[in-house]
Design a protein around this ligand. Structure first.
Ligand SMILES: Nc1ncnc2c1ncn2[C@@H]1O[C@H](COP(=O)(O)OP(=O)(O)OP(=O)(O)O)[C@@H](O)[C@H]1O
Length: 237
């Protein structure tokens, strides 16, 4: 099963809206735990603050600490699987999804301090590589999907890729995988005014042109408030 999602595209292509739509789908299940990391200083993911473990994390130290927290949860799940003789976390085992949502991944993958950058990349890679069986989902968006910006070994962990409008065919191919632009599937041909339109690669049949749902800021804050309400509902009963 495919799990991790990478969204790439030029400024104003519609990445944040798409990221929120996917996030809402996960966070409206009250069993989902969310880790939110915002490379844009908190402006993008602020709506999810109240359901974010430890709040929305903006600086690399708290982002890394959050990833290490998620990694511990993942290890606990693996320990459970091993004691239960099961291969993957499924409903009914008492664990919800663990969603790791990252906006502007490149703020961390390009962080100037190499030590801090690597401290961030190690748990991120581990969550990407081993998260599948442990019901951990990583969803990340970036304006700069190039291999010089997001290391290829990280990028390749994302099995669902959504290329919104890109500025060049190379950028489109970096999100989707090389060779698609030459075959006419090229997100740099998406018109400027077509925000939310992109090529979605999910599965074996190749990228499909899709338009994401447009979520207004008011709808987003309603959904986020509902996600909070769902988590406190039991306290009212
Ligand atoms: N699916 C959609 N349908 C219609 N309009 C959309 C859609 N998605 C986004 N938009 C509009 O496009 C504009 C840019 O969207 P958004 O902020 O998500 O882009 P972005 O790629 O995250 O930009 P940046 O990288 O600069 O933050 C906004 O005005 C938004 O309302």
């Amino acid at each position: 099963m495919s799990v991790h999602v990478l969204l790439g595209g030029a400024p104003d292509a519609g990445k944040s809206v798409a990221l929120h739509t996917l996030t809402a789908g996960l966070m409206l299940d009250p069993d989902t735990q969310g880790l939110f990391i915002d490379g844009k200083g908190g402006v993008e993911l602020a709506a999810w603050e109240r359901v974010a473990h430890g709040g929305v994390r903006c600086d690399i130290d708290s982002a890394t600490e959050g990833l290490e927290w998620a990694r511990k949860r993942m290890d606990e799940r693996y320990a459970y699987l091993s004691s239960a003789g099961a291969r993957k976390i499924t409903r009914g085992m008492g664990f919800g999804l663990l969603a790791v949502v990252i906006d502007e991944l490149s703020a961390f993958t390009l962080y100037p301090d190499k030590k801090k950058r690597e401290a961030f990349l190690v748990p991120l890679h581990d969550l990407g590589a081993r998260g599948r069986a442990a019901a951990v989902r990583v969803i990340a968006a970036t304006q700069k999907p190039g291999s010089d910006v997001v290391p290829t070994y990280i990028r390749d962990l994302f099995d669902i890729r959504w290329a919104l409008r890109c500025t060049t065919k190379e950028a489109s191919d970096t999100v989707l995988g090389s060779g698609w632009a030459a075959r006419g599937i090229d997100a740099s041909t998406i018109p400027l005014e077509a925000a939310g339109v992109g090529y979605l690669l999910a599965g074996r049949s190749g990228p499909v042109r899709v338009k994401g749902f447009h979520l207004s800021d008011a709808q987003l804050s309603d959904l986020a408030a509902y996600a909070v309400e769902l988590r406190t509902a039991t306290a009212w009963e």
